[in-house]
Design a binder for this molecule. Sequence first.
Ligand SMILES: [Zn+2]
Length: 247
Amino acid sequence: MIFLTVSTRGGSLTLPSGDQIDYTVSERDIQHPRLEIAPDGTVRIIVPPGQSGPPLINEETGWIRSELEDQRQRRRDIQHRYGNVEEAFTLWGKSYTLDIQSGSKRIDVDSERVSVRAPGAQAAMGLLHESLRQALREAVKTIASPFCDRLQVSYETLAIRSQRTKWASCSGGDTLNFNIRCAFLPFAHLRYLVAHEVAHLLEATHNERFWKLVRTMVPDAKSRRDDLQGFWYALHHNPHWQKILDV
Ligand SMILES: [Zn+2]
């Protein structure tokens, strides 16, 4: 039996397992309703116009529960190995205290603290967002340079954006796209992502040749890749990052 707190836009419910879940319902011009689980653990129900969402949850409780458990395990594993990355302000996989104060725009970083000065809280998040974008661009360029030399390839454009679904991609055969969220990751994992996208400049699909190329650049590619989903969930539970991404 499931207890519902229903509103047309969302609510929360308790699964038979005792898990409390939050859900949202949105209408879209589609034929069949579907469920998605957001990286922050929110269940999204997407329904055709005029349909209600909660019955779909009742039918899929087993799937929801196992997906949420998978998210929890991956988050635990990342926190076990990399520390308190969900609560502290995390930059390149390392936890910092984020100190925001009013003043003229300036960012200082020492071994424990990222200090941001700006005329207001919103401006501080904007400044941090732009600084992370620039720092990530420099980091990707620096990592990509020897990889491009080794494979004798080059890229035309490097784009840093905020993307909802991917850490990185390669488009049009010569554009590398990196998500600003990559600044959350340790450099070792960023190195893997850069190697992956540089390898796409030579090989569009994930075939055997592609993975061989990636491994020549990053021998521990598999273990880095295995961590990425856990970092993705951790990032979406990090309150500082949610504010930066809201800018
Ligand atoms: Zn790929």
